[in-house]
Design a binder for this molecule. Structure first.
Ligand code: FER
Length: 298
């Protein structure tokens, strides 16, 4: 690893001020990505990089299925789409836990699959008994009538906030109606990359009665201020089974997750804080998902 210049740990207040530009502030991506990256001694890997081939399909193991599912969104007033992975041997005789996996600002329901070959990651881990069989739901987090990533993708930031109701009122019930799923918080995980990482923290930490497992990978400036998100840290300690926060040390958005880590540490909320050598990129997200997949629902 390259030597890093360590600066003093940011004070909690300074970290929080850096963290949030408010969910409603007009996004300025240049400014957000252009902040100087200031690393602290805490900002180091919490787990190993995945082995070579971790997301490459293998012919010699059982395969899960990917399907594109349409659901009625009362929230948006349209039919919307989500990509769903069911594990090898999926059977209506069993109940499966569900991981809801959220994409970034330029993405859609196909992004996670395109970036890291989600089905291969899970098929491989399940074959090696390193992950429990689960359903992975990849919805479209841009909850507006035209939910394609077109034009100024940053202008759709409010639709990512609107997705909270779509997820809770439309997506989760549609999944429960179509698949055999565990219907308790312990059977639901929420994770996401960048804009989806911010959604994960915003929705997950404010709905501890819905999700017990949370993973935010390079969360974006849509992340609410930590103290607003978790005014009662004891509730999180009581309900959460897993909280994973990751970022690359070449990611200009790292101040967001550093601020969240500082708050969680100060409030003694157990969490994994992982910083690797990647940027705001698929290598980081694949690695983070590989780790999260092995620790969720355990
Ligand atoms: C911003 C910079 C980046 C922002 C969002 C992003 C809402 C999201 C990036 C991504 O999802 O990859 O200022 O504001």
């Amino acid at each position: 690893m390259k030597p890093t210049r360590f600066l003093p740990v940011l004070s909690l207040m300074a970290a929080m001020a850096l963290t949030s530009n408010g969910a409603d502030a007009p996004p300025d991506p240049k400014k957000a990505f252009g902040r100087p990256i200031v690393l602290t001694p805490d900002d180091k890997p919490a787990f190993d990089a995945p082995p070579a081939g971790f997301n490459v399909r293998r012919k010699d193991i059982p395969q899960g299925r990917l399907e594109m599912v349409e659901y009625d969104s009362k929230t948006v007033g349209t039919k919307r789409r989500m990509q769903v992975y069911t594990p090898p041997g999926y059977s209506k005789e069993k109940s499966y836990p569900v991981l809801y996996l959220l994409h970034g600002i330029g993405g859609d329901e196909t992004e996670w699959q395109r970036f890291v070959t989600v089905d291969a990651i899970f098929d491989n881990l399940i074959a090696e008994k390193k992950a429990v069989p689960m359903i992975v739901v990849m919805p479209n987090g841009r909850a507006q009538k035209n939910d394609r990533p077109e034009g100024n993708i940053y202008a759709a930031a409010p639709a990512f906030a609107n997705f909270e109701r779509d997820l809770l009122d439309d997506v989760i019930p549609a999944i429960a109606a179509r698949y055999e799923v565990v219907k308790t918080p312990e059977g639901r995980a929420l994770a996401g990359l960048s804009m989806g990482g911010g959604q994960t923290l915003n929705f997950g930490l404010s709905h501890l009665d819905t999700f017990a497992w949370i993973g935010a990978f390079s969360p974006a400036p849509n992340t609410k201020a930590p103290a607003d998100l978790l005014p009662k840290p004891d509730e999180a300690k009581k309900h959460l089974k897993l909280l994973v926060l990751t970022c690359g040390n070449k990611d200009g958005l790292i101040n967001i997750s550093q601020g969240m880590h500082a708050y969680l540490k100060e409030m003694q909320v157990p969490h994994a804080w992982h910083v690797d050598g990647h940027g705001h990129d698929a290598a980081h997200w694949g690695s983070s998902l590989y780790y999260f997949a092995q620790n969720v629902f355990r």
